[in-house]
Design a protein around this ligand. Structure first.
Ligand code: PMP
Length: 287
């Protein structure tokens, strides 16, 4: 089956979808994105992703596209026509294609934002083997720009970080700035000590994860303590458990950091419980 994608108002077969070579995202990474997971044909936390998308656009002064209010309907239509049971919907909005290359932003009156959405089919997304085996991570320096709270398509360093991890025989990397963990290459980072979950507080240093917000809320409801503060890689190596969260991985256990096993080297019980609660509760309110 040929995948149907959405480009600037049209539903098209993927091989007919086109974007200009002058698109600002292609030339300058001048665009933002969201990834929403689909479980059982329904969107997980769409409202949260939509709200963050609006904030990203505002922070970069990118005009809201005309289809902004139709995005839920477009997500649902793509899930329907592509017969996605479990998978992802990727959405990208750029400052548009002004017809030439210029550092100065184009006039929003004459240059419309580019809107692209496509689905990724991931059967069994919530049953990933990594949830049972756990992930090995390495630490790398965080050399990204200072507005990581905006979900831009500048993903070169996160991509390089994943390659550094792969080369080191690990699954992913946590980034470290001034001695403290910021976040994973494409996820938020947590450690657990006793009954307390520790994760970096929200600021411009990290992406304000939609999964993070939900998981911290569920953790408090499950009588776990939450401390939003900085932690070091050494503190993480000595933690009882560690995990990551993202819209596509949900809650995923970390069992090794820079070659050091955490606890007994297997996924922790509290992490497993958080994953279960997150998946159960999110499915209940999926739309
Ligand atoms: N941090 C970074 C750098 C990310 O790329 C992501 C995933 N896009 C996250 C955190 C997790 O955010 P979310 O839970 O909204 O997917």
């Amino acid at each position: 089956m040929t995948r149907t994608v959405f480009v600037n108002g049209d539903y098209l077969p993927e091989d007919e979808a086109k974007v200009s070579i002058f698109d600002r995202a292609f030339l300058m990474a001048d665009g933002v994105y969201e990834v929403t997971s689909v479980l059982g044909g329904k969107l997980i936390d769409f409202a949260g992703h939509s709200k963050r998308l609006e904030r990203s656009l505002n922070e970069l002064d990118i005009k809201k596209p005309a289809v902004f209010d139709d995005l839920l309907e477009i997500h649902r239509e793509l899930v329907r026509v592509n017969e996605i049971d479990d998978g992802l919907v990727y959405l990208q909005i750029t400052r548009g294609a002004p017809g030439d290359r210029d550092f100065v932003f184009p006039d929003p009156e004459t240059t419309e934002p580019t809107v692209v959405l496509f689905t990724q089919n991931k059967p069994g997304l919530a049953d990933s083997p990594a949830a049972k085996t756990g992930m090995k991570i390495i630490s790398i320096e965080d050399v990204r720009w200072g507005r990581r709270d905006i979900k831009t398509v500048q993903l070169l360093y996160p991509s390089m970080g994943k390659m550094m991890a792969k080369k080191a025989g690990a699954d992913d990397a946590w980034m470290v700035q001034d001695g403290h963990v910021t976040e994973g290459t494409s996820n938020n980072a947590y450690i657990i000590k006793g009954n307390t979950i520790i994760t970096r507080a929200l600021s411009n240093d990290i992406l304000h994860g939609i999964t993070r917000a939900a998981v911290l809320r569920f953790a408090k409801e499950a009588q776990m303590q939450v401390e939003e503060r900085n932690f070091t890689i050494d503190e993480a190596k000595n933690a009882d458990e560690a995990f990551i969260t993202s819209a596509s991985a949900f809650v995923m256990p970390v069992i090794e950091i820079d070659g050091v096993s955490l606890g007994d080297g297997t996924p922790g019980a509290r992490t497993a419980r958080l994953r279960e609660i997150y998946l159960d509760e999110s499915r209940k309110v999926a739309i």
